[in-house]
Design a protein around this ligand. Structure first.
Ligand code: RIB
Ligand code: CA
Length: 322
């Protein structure tokens, strides 16, 4: 097993991970971070509807891994809609393709014949070490895996997901997009008994791709850095148009970054519920930061503060290393 030199200089085996995603500009950067970081071993990628239709997310994932020179990572296509059968899409943010902006290479690999749930199941079962499940889109595939194959729980170290918020939402005033797109799925994960880490908008809005960050991408003399800078251009324009951000919050890499540098984020363990029935609030995460529900046991570690400078050093180092 290739020993990865952690940032502390201590030689440790890379952490085995799978990423379930809906690429998506920020999912794309999360995939590059994983490929470019020796601290994690990306065993598989599965795709879901979300930022775009699952067919587009799957093509985008294959193209991103081709760009990253990681065509050996198996990719499987997953959910076209949520457990409720609805397919809420985020093309209004990420464009018609789901990854609008710079041209992308034609995929140099193809999806595996198995679907996402089967690839997740067999990858987890085959791993000698418990696998960390990273979810950066609607968490439908992970929920289906837990419902259809509960035996895999023993092989899962934790689930770390980008979704929800301790504060306002984005897709609706109170609900964050991933959670809004499949709240029943997040409810399954929160009730699973697994170690669950929630990286919500309250955290990811600290991960802004400022002009200085984008300039560091643009200064890289290779296509990966240039592509990242162009992604930030498109993503940033969407965020400015829709939510008046001066710089786009690059949500999804915060999950992978937390696995690479455990001190990057400060966490708080508490009870988290997801609203399933609210007329105006469906998909809202109710995060009990101050234990106002004394009968509800904590079921998640909630990300609260990010060391943004270290985050961007981590992300940009990985992008430059690919
Ligand atoms: O709300 C932000 C999240 O929704 C991110 O994961 C983004 O990629 C979209 O999936
Ligand atoms: Ca995403």
């Amino acid at each position: 097993v290739a020993l990865a030199r952690q940032r502390t200089g201590v030689l440790m085996a890379p952490r085995p991970i799978v990423i379930d995603c809906d690429p998506g500009h920020d999912d794309a950067v999360a995939l590059l971070l994983a490929v470019g970081s020796p601290e994690v071993d990306l065993l598989a990628v599965t795709t879901t509807f979300g930022n775009c239709a699952v067919e587009d997310a799957t093509r985008n994932a294959l193209q991103i891994l081709t760009l990253a020179g990681a065509t050996g990572v198996p990719v499987a296509s997953g959910a076209a809609g949520g457990i409720d059968g609805k397919s809420t899409l985020g093309n209004y943010v990420h464009g018609t393709s789901g990854l609008d902006g710079p041209p992308m290479p034609a995929p140099a690999s193809e999806v595996v014949p198995a679907g996402a749930v089967e690839l997740l199941r067999r990858t987890i079962q085959a791993s000698a070490e418990p696998v960390t499940v990273v979810a950066t889109g609607p968490i439908t595939n992970v929920a289906r895996l837990l419902l259809e194959h509960p035996e895999v729980k023993d092989g899962i170290a934790e689930v770390i997901f980008m979704g929800g918020s301790t504060e306002r939402g984005n897709h609706t005033p109170t609900a964050e997009f991933n959670t809004y797109a499949d709240p029943e799925a997040l409810d399954v994960v929160l009730r699973s008994g697994l170690v669950v880490r929630m990286v919500g908008l309250n955290l990811t809005h600290q991960a802004l791709a400022t002009p200085e960050v984008v300039e560091r991408m643009r200064a890289m003399d290779h296509v990966v850095g240039q592509t990242c800078a162009a992604w930030m251009g498109f993503f940033g324009a969407s965020y400015n148009r829709l939510w008046e951000f001066e710089a786009p919050p690059v949500h999804d890499p915060c999950t992978v970054a937390a696995l690479i540098d455990p001190d990057l984020i400060q966490w708080r363990e508490c009870f988290v519920a997801v609203e399933l029935a609210g007329t105006w609030t469906r998909g809202t995460t109710v995060v009990d930061l101050h234990h106002r529900y004394p009968d509800e046991k904590p079921n998640a570690h909630v990300a609260m503060t990010l060391d943004a400078e270290r985050y961007w050093d981590l992300v940009l180092d990985a992008v430059d290393r690919i």
